[in-house]
Design a protein around this ligand. Structure first.
Ligand SMILES: [Zn+2]
Length: 312
């Protein structure tokens, strides 16, 4: 299946980097003074959590939650806070079906503490990574057990929706002027709202592709096309455009919601930390320890196989 496996990451590397990048521009001036000069770091490291899936077994479940496992929407059998969820279901079971919404609370807390400590290195790392997890839960197939169409003969749909479509359209066609980040009083409720919206879209993502597939011959679905200077077999441009059209802007809407969600939680962490002044912070140098752990991540990503659930 050649390069369909290039699309094994949520929102793809391209999408995650774009989301963190655009989120910066939604921040108030007091945050912008520090985030804007570091926008390259925030974009580049938006994908660290996906790289960590090559290093750590525990990483995988932080990126998704199979909400359909908990019955029909609004999944009232599943408590929203972690402690009650643990009491209702075993930890093993929660981990098996994904812990995305709860992991965001952990990262939000880490970022808040980093702001409070005025630790530039940690602020940037945690902000970049929080951005990743928030973006992930905006993806319908990250909230659904049929996450790669494996139950319906639609293998590859995961990367098709979240990588192929944005790579073809985001830069040229989509609008990322979004307005301003807003403070979030109840981040847990906000995250649950977003992930339930995602789950509600999963059927559309899957059924629309099924419908479209019936209208295209198999040699029209895939094509050898150029991607980053290489000729690869992937979903053809014509098929991708037709899919996006049938989805009526859904991928763009979810990407915009991701950007707004990421910026709003960055802002929330900063406000909850007491709005420390960031103007004097600079990322002069990372500690040797931080550099080492970033290197390890890179190496695991290059040399290992992914641990846990795969989408290719
Ligand atoms: Zn991810």
């Amino acid at each position: 299946m050649l390069c369909l496996s290039c699309y094994a990451h949520a929102w793809g590397f391209f999408g995650h980097q774009k989301i963190n990048y655009h989120a910066v521009f939604l921040l108030p001036p007091d945050m912008l003074v520090f985030f804007k000069p570091n926008i390259d770091f925030l974009s580049a490291h938006a994908v660290d959590p996906d790289k960590r899936r090559y290093l750590l077994e525990q990483e995988g479940p932080r990126h998704y939650i199979d909400l359909d496992h908990y019955g029909p929407a609004p999944y009232s059998s599943l408590p929203r806070d972690w402690k009650s969820a643990l009491a209702a279901c075993s930890e093993d079971s929660l981990l098996r079906y994904g812990i995305g919404p709860w992991w965001i609370q952990v990262m939000l807390e880490r970022l808040t503490l980093a702001f409070r400590a005025k630790d530039p290195e940690r602020i940037l790392q945690y902000a970049a990574e929080l951005g990743h997890y928030v973006a992930d839960i905006h993806v319908p197939l990250h909230a659904c057990s049929n996450h790669n169409g494996q139950l319906t003969g639609q293998h590859g749909i995961h990367g098709f929706w979240e990588s192929r479509v944005p790579e073809l359209l985001a830069e040229k066609e989509w609008d990322f002027l979004i307005g301003q980040a807003s403070y979030c009083k109840d981040p847990l409720a906000m995250v649950w709202n977003r992930v339930i919206q995602s789950a509600a879209g999963a059927d559309t993502v899957l059924q629309t592709e099924k419908k479209l597939r019936a209208q295209f011959s198999s040699d029209q679905v895939y094509a050898y096309e150029e991607r980053k200077g290489q000729l690869v077999r992937q979903f053809s441009s014509a098929y991708t455009l037709a899919y996006d059209q049938l989805l009526a802007g859904m991928v763009e809407r979810r990407m915009r919601a991701s950007i707004e969600g990421v910026a709003s939680l960055w802002l929330t962490a900063w406000v909850n930390a007491g709005q420390p002044p960031l103007v004097s912070l600079s990322r002069t140098s990372f500690t040797p320890q931080a550099v080492l752990s970033l290197q390890q991540l890179e190496e695991a990503y290059k040399n290992n196989r992914i641990k846990g659930r795969e989408h290719d």
